[in-house]
Design a protein around this ligand. Structure first.
Ligand code: MN
Length: 264
C-alpha cells in the first residue's frame, strides 16, 4: 500500500511539473553558426529567458523555409541574438568600408528569413545587438558599418572592455516608449559591444533611446508592443542576477503568453 501511495505521489508530482511547464511560453533563440560544425546560442540568453519565466529553445540555423516555419510553429516568441556584421552589399546595397568586421552569409540569410517570418505571424520578436541591427535591415533600413570611421563626432566608446554585467555608457530613453515602460528608467548605463549602428531607420520603426553621441540604442515597431530592438546586451546583466533590465525579458514573456493564447 505504502509503495502504491509513493508511486501515485511520484506520478502526481511528475504530472504537476509537466503541466506547470507546459503553460510557460516557449522562447525561440536564434543560433550562431560555427563554420558548419555547430549551431548554438550563448547561455546568457538562455538563462535570461529562464529567469523571466519562459522556456528557452534554441532554433538551429537553417535556410529551408519549410523547416523554419515548422520550428516557428513550436515557439511563442523569438529572440534574435548578437553576433557578426551583416553583409552591407547583399542586404542594404552598400560597398563595404575598410573597418567592416566578419560576415557569415549563411547566418545572414537564416536570420533575415526567420525575422521576416516571425514578424509576419505577429509573433513577439526581440532583437539584441546584431539582432536589433538585423531587424532594421530586414525591414528596409541601413547601418553604419563602423561607428568610429562613419559617425561624425562620435566620442563614445561602444566597444567596452569591461564585463558584460557592467554598464559603461549612458543612454537617454524616450518617456512612454516600450523600453521606458519595461525598465522604468529614462537614463541608464548600458554595456556596449558593437562597432555598427542603425543609420536610416526602417519604415514603420522609431528610435526610442540614444547614447550621447546620437547613436540609436533602442527602437520599436510603431503601434506594436511586440517587436523591438536594443543595441546593448540586457542578457549580460540579467543572467548575472542584476535586475536593471529584467523587465525587458519579463515584458517579452508576457507578450509571448498573449501570442500563445491567440494561437490556440
Ligand atoms: Mn553602445
Amino acid at each position: 500500500m505504502k509503495r502504491i501511495l509513493t508511486f501515485s505521489l511520484t506520478l502526481f508530482l511528475a504530472f504537476s511539473l509537466f503541466a506547470q511547464g507546459s503553460n510557460k511560453p516557449v522562447i525561440g533563440i536564434s543560433s550562431g553558426w560555427g563554420g558548419g560544425s555547430s549551431t548554438s546560442a550563448p547561455l546568457t540568453y538562455v538563462e535570461s529567458v529562464i529567469r523571466a519565466g519562459g522556456v528557452p529553445m534554441v532554433i538551429p540555423l537553417t535556410e529551408d523555409p519549410e523547416l523554419l516555419a515548422a520550428m516557428l510553429d513550436r515557439v511563442d516568441a523569438v529572440i534574435m541574438t548578437g553576433g557578426e556584421d551583416i553583409d552591407p552589399l547583399r542586404w542594404y546595397g552598400e560597398e563595404p568600408v575598410p573597418a567592416m568586421g566578419s560576415v557569415v552569409p549563411e547566418r545572414d540569410a537564416f536570420d533575415i528569413a526567420l525575422i521576416k517570418m516571425a514578424v509576419g505571424r505577429n509573433m513577439p520578436v526581440l532583437g539584441i545587438c546584431r539582432g536589433h541591427q538585423l531587424m532594421n535591415v530586414a525591414f528596409g533600413g541601413t547601418l553604419y558599418q563602423d561607428i568610429p570611421s562613419q559617425v561624425k563626432g562620435s566620442s563614445v566608446k561602444h566597444r567596452q572592455k569591461a564585463p558584460n554585467y557592467y554598464g559603461t555608457h549612458t543612454i537617454n530613453i524616450e518617456k512612454g516608449s516600450l523600453l521606458n515602460r519595461q525598465i522604468g528608467l529614462e537614463k541608464v548605463a548600458v554595456n556596449s559591444y558593437h562597432h555598427q549602428a542603425i543609420k536610416d531607420l526602417a519604415p514603420g520603426f522609431k528610435a526610442t533611446a540614444y547614447s550621447v553621441d546620437g547613436v540609436i540604442e533602442a527602437m520599436e515597431k510603431e503601434g506594436s508592443s511586440r517587436v523591438s530592438g536594443v543595441q546593448f546586451h540586457p542578457e549580460g546583466f540579467t543572467s548575472n542576477n542584476i535586475n536593471t533590465f529584467l523587465g525587458i525579458f519579463e515584458h517579452f514573456i508576457e507578450e509571448a503568453k498573449v501570442y500563445r493564447a491567440e494561437k490556440k
